[in-house]
Design a protein around this ligand. Structure first.
Ligand code: F6R
Length: 251
């Protein structure tokens, strides 16, 4: 596990975007795993800039998003479909048919999850997966649980997560209570993981995730077992780790 300290949010995004860009340069046919939320927004902004400068090309890229809410139409501004389109797909030359998000609005959610997992496998698997982390230690929408979910599945969101995501909606009552997410197994099968973490409110969970006992009660602790994970954290998010376990941070 490589942990990189960034000065601030922009610096964090810059470093992570450079990691993704170098992957796309070295392997134009990359299968890219995408995350939504505030943490990776800066990455997408930088990737779009690099694309506009002619530094990277998305024409052969295939993408799979980590998750999607259940019960929000795709056109809803807070759906992850809308987010990903708005922040990346509509701004680069990725083929629409190469982009994938789980559909949280189908009658047979189990069939949808199985099919999503099958499509990832048939694409050859995710080469590089972008991740954020929730206050509960969730990755994707894998909330604390008694076991690590192996596959894409539907979940009930934790109250803390609903409260954290309420900032994007007019009221907390509008926040969906369910989502579809890649499983911990799906995430761990990605060849490389790049996690971005920003803000004081993430300092404690980042510290716990990289130093604590590996347990499904703190899902992100599983990352300790991945062979190629890079965490880029800004000064606020890394503060507790820096104080208690400075040796873990790359020099
Ligand atoms: C989003 C996702 C979530 C977020 C996490 C942090 O696709 O899977 O795990 O990464 O909830 O969200 P932000 O970045 O908004 O703090």
């Amino acid at each position: 596990m490589k942990i990189i300290e960034a000065k601030n949010y922009d610096h964090m995004s810059h470093i992570a975007a450079n990691i993704i860009a170098s992957q796309l340069i070295l392997c134009p046919k990359t299968v890219l795993g995408l995350a939504t939320g505030s943490s990776p927004e800066g990455i997408y902004k930088e990737l779009v800039e690099k694309y506009n400068n002619g530094d990277i090309d998305f024409s052969q890229v295939v993408s799979f998003n980590l998750d999607e809410y259940c019960g929000l139409p795709r056109e809803h501004e807070q759906s992850y479909y809308y987010y990903q389109n708005n922040h990346l797909f509509s701004k680069v030359n990725i083929s629409k048919e190469n982009t994938h998000l789980p559909n949280g609005n189908v009658d047979d959610i189990n069939a949808e999850c199985e099919n999503y997992e099958k499509m990832i496998a048939e694409s050859g698997g995710v080469d590089i997966q972008i991740l954020g982390i929730g206050h509960t230690g969730h990755i994707g929408f894998n909330e604390p649980s008694d076991s690590f979910a192996k596959m894409t599945h539907s979940v009930d969101l934790e109250q803390v997560t609903i409260e954290a995501n309420a900032r994007f909606f007019n009221s907390i009552d509008e926040v969906p209570k369910k989502a579809v997410t890649m499983g911990i197994g799906t995430i761990m099968r990605a060849k490389k993981l790049v996690m971005v973490v920003s803000g004081k409110d993430k300092a404690e969970i980042l510290y716990k995730s990289v130093t604590g006992e590996v347990t499904p009660k703190v899902p992100a602790t599983i990352l300790q077992f991945h062979k190629d994970v890079t965490i880029v954290a800004d000064a606020d998010a890394i503060s507790i780790l820096k104080e208690k376990a400075p040796h873990m941070i790359s020099k």
